[in-house]
Design a protein around this ligand. Structure first.
Ligand code: UTP
Length: 275
């Protein structure tokens, strides 16, 4: 059973400088809620209650966010503003949060490996909070857990992207296993290929279910694209043994790691509150 969710949140968020100079990218709000809170809500809705967060220097605001602020609570108690803290209080009471620091930012694969100490020897979910997902039915992580229960191997969420954007993503090749649930057995995956080298236009987005053998593989994984330890390279080792399923999720994803995606998400959620 998948019980824990890992949130790699140690990256520098350079695309949002200067905002991210002293504020974690994961704390940037879409409307009034920080990105990472959307992620934690998604995990909780999928019945995962143990949140394992990879932080780094300058990321302490994340820990404070998932904690009680006595002064603030005292200040707004019995006022008309008290309801504004209801959602976050409810999350804090239902989940446990643990943290470990990635000391050197050596890439997403390295961040996930840093999480071994919090995860242990069990399958786990990964949410990249800057990919904000929404769907009116079961959320993306919940959909993926169903797929995991069927295949019992690592699962990556994919979506079709315009071919000219392949250089921003991990891109897979695979063959359809079951068109009733949109699953593909992955045969190849390449990190940020140019359009000419991309094996398809099916890109991995920031949701994964990983089996714990990934940690041993990551320990052996050499730095790849951009000199970083890539989760895509480690997953390829599992894929060679037929142990990675790509799942074309139902829903909408906003790339909130980019300014365009962030603005799009803000408009989408704003219009939702109005209509
Ligand atoms: P990104 O490459 O999108 O994030 O990494 P970034 O490096 O923070 O942003 P830019 O490109 O400089 O603007 C994807 C996810 O992996 C985490 C990031 O925090 C983000 O959630 N990450 C990345 C780590 O935790 N550690 C790393 O060493 C690299």
């Amino acid at each position: 059973m998948v019980k824990k969710c890992l949130f790699p949140a140690a990256g520098y968020g350079t695309r949002f400088l200067p905002a991210t100079k002293a504020t974690p990218k994961e704390m940037l709000p879409v409307l009034t809620k920080p990105l990472i809170q959307y992620g934690v809500e998604e995990a909780l809705e999928a019945n995962l209650k143990t949140m394992a967060i990879i932080t780094g220097r300058g990321k302490r605001a994340i820990e404070d966010h998932f904690d009680i602020s006595y002064e603030l609570e005292h200040q707004i108690k019995d006022t008309s503003k008290e309801h504004l803290l209801r959602e976050i209080r409810s999350l804090i009471s239902q989940c446990t949060f643990s943290y470990t620091r990635q000391v050197e930012m050596k890439g997403l694969g390295h961040a996930i490996l840093t999480g071994e100490t919090l995860i242990g020897n069990e399958p786990f979910a990964v949410i990249l909070a800057d990919d904000l997902c929404t769907y009116k039915g079961d959320n993306v992580l919940k959909q993926m857990i169903e797929v995991y229960e069927k295949y019992q191997c690592s699962i990556v969420a994919i979506e079709e992207i315009p071919k000219e954007e392949t250089h921003k993503y991990g891109v897979i090749a695979g063959h359809l296993v079951d068109n009733t649930d949109d699953t593909y057995r992955v045969t190849d995956m390449v990190e940020k290929p140019s359009p000419e080298d991309a094996p398809s236009n099916m890109a991995i987005i920031g949701r994964y279910i990983l089996t714990p053998d990934i940690f041993e593989i990551l320990k052996e994984t050499k730095p790849g694209k951009g000199g970083e330890i890539q989760i895509t390279d480690a997953l390829l080792e599992q894929a060679k043994q037929g142990k990675v399923i790509a799942y074309r999720f139902k829903g909408k994803r906003f790339d909130c790691g980019s300014v365009d995606g962030f603005v799009e998400a803000t408009n989408y959620f704003y219009n939702k509150t109005k209509g």
